[in-house]
Structures are given as structure tokens and as C-alpha cells.
Design a binder for this molecule. Structure first.
Ligand SMILES: O=C(CO)[C@H](O)[C@H](O)COP(=O)(O)O
Length: 211
């Protein structure tokens, strides 16, 4: 089980310092959507240069122009690019074409997917590599959490890997680990913690209990 650390609302130098501090606990560095908007895919390139042993995810949340936009992330050094699951199949297929040409992976972010069971089948038949259950920041502000969607996802998925994101922290991570996703994504709990190193250490320790 991998720990993906999301860098969302940080400045470039603060984000680099955070990953330097928690390097030993991180498997995948996520260049988060607000970070990409602020810094561009140059941030992907920078993190791949500085942390070559880590996998990098470019959280572009692609909604159109699948091939071209995925290629931007992959050519900058991303190992994974995200596409929104609710978009057109043509866009998903464009992302997959780019990923498969480069030996990289596409993550479908299931944010706002109204019919998980139908869409999971369709995404798997197209060959999407990873399905990410996600409760977004605005939904979290209303008290929503991704645990029930993760439970449902685990009953639906056949071959894709499963990731989960949405307000997970060191106190709640065990509930997610128990459902055995392949990737647990944590952003604000680490970046906003009074002690980010300790928060990352506790979360990584919880993941290791399951392996
Ligand atoms: O993709 C995201 C927001 O769209 C975040 O990166 C993801 O939700 C993880 O952050 P947090 O743990 O703060 O929810």
C-alpha cells in the first residue's frame, strides 16, 4: 500500500522543503491541482529532478484534450496523470493512448461520479489503470468523507488499482487501511499539521501494518 502525499496549496519552495522533511515516508508525490494551476507542469519536472527515486503524479484532473494534456504531464516526468471520470470516453481514451505510448499510468478521479457501478465497469473496460475514490475539498467542508465510496468501490473493481482521497489523517487512516486500497492519498493533514514529519510518520506506520 503506497502513500501519496498531495501538494496543493503550497508555494514551490515550501513544497520542496516539506518533501525533503518527509522524504522517507512518501511513495508518490502528487503535484496537486492548485499547485499545477499556480506553477504549471514545470513543478512536475522540478520534483522529478529533485526526488528521482519517487513516483510523481500530475493531478491535472483532465476534462478535455485528453491526449495533449496527458502528454504535457508525462513529458514533464509524471508517472501518473489524472483525468476526471465524468468526462467523455474519448478524453479518457486520449489519456490512455498517451500513457500507454510512454509506459505510464492514468488515474481516473471519481469526484462527482453519480453512478459508480456503471462507470467503474466502463473505465475498467477501457483499461484505466487506477480508480481514485475522492471526496473533494468543498464536499469535505460539508462534512463528507470517502469511506462509503471506498467500500462500494472495493465491491465493484476487478482489475484496476484503487486509490482514496479526501481529508484522511493519522487518526482516520486505519479505517481506510482496513479496506485495503492500493494507494492512500493525504494532503492537508500533512501540509497543515503543526508537525508534518510526525503526521507523515504516523500515517506511513499505519499503512505498513497492512503492507
Ligand atoms: O485532489 C485533491 C483536491 O482536489 C487533494 O489533493 C486530495 O483531496 C488530497 O487532499 P486532502 O487530504 O487535503 O483531501
Amino acid at each position: 500500500m503506497k502513500l501519496q502525499v498531495a501538494l496543493d496549496e503550497l508555494k514551490l519552495n515550501d513544497a520542496i522543503k516539506l518533501i525533503e522533511d518527509i522524504r522517507e515516508y512518501v511513495d508518490i508525490i502528487e503535484i496537486g491541482t492548485p499547485f499545477i494551476i499556480a506553477e504549471g507542469v514545470h513543478a512536475v519536472r522540478k520534483f522529478k529532478e529533485l526526488f528521482p527515486e519517487k513516483e510523481i503524479l500530475s493531478d491535472e484532473k483532465i476534462m478535455d484534450g485528453g491526449y495533449f494534456e496527458a502528454e504535457l504531464g508525462f513529458e514533464a516526468g509524471a508517472d501518473y496523470v489524472t483525468v476526471l471520470s465524468v468526462t467523455d470516453n474519448l478524453t479518457i481514451q486520449g489519456c490512455l493512448k498517451s500513457a500507454n505510448e510512454q509506459g505510464k499510468k492514468v488515474v481516473a478521479d471519481m469526484l462527482c461520479c453519480a453512478d459508480l457501478s456503471t462507470r467503474v465497469q466502463e473505465l475498467e473496460s477501457m483499461g484505466v489503470h487506477i480508480l481514485a475514490v475522492h471526496t473533494g475539498a468543498d464536499q469535505q467542508a460539508e462534512g463528507r468523507r470517502p469511506i462509503d465510496d471506498l467500500k462500494l468501490m472495493k465491491t465493484l473493481v476487478n482489475k484496476a488499482q484503487v486509490a482514496v482521497a479526501g481529508g484522511i489523517n493519522s487518526k482516520t487512516v486505519k479505517d481506510y487501511v482496513a479496506l485495503d486500497p492500493d494507494i492512500i492519498i493525504v494532503g492537508s493533514a500533512i501540509s497543515n499539521a503543526s508537525n508534518p514529519v510526525e503526521e507523515a510518520r504516523l500515517i506511513k506506520a499505519a499503512l505498513k501494518e497492512r503492507v
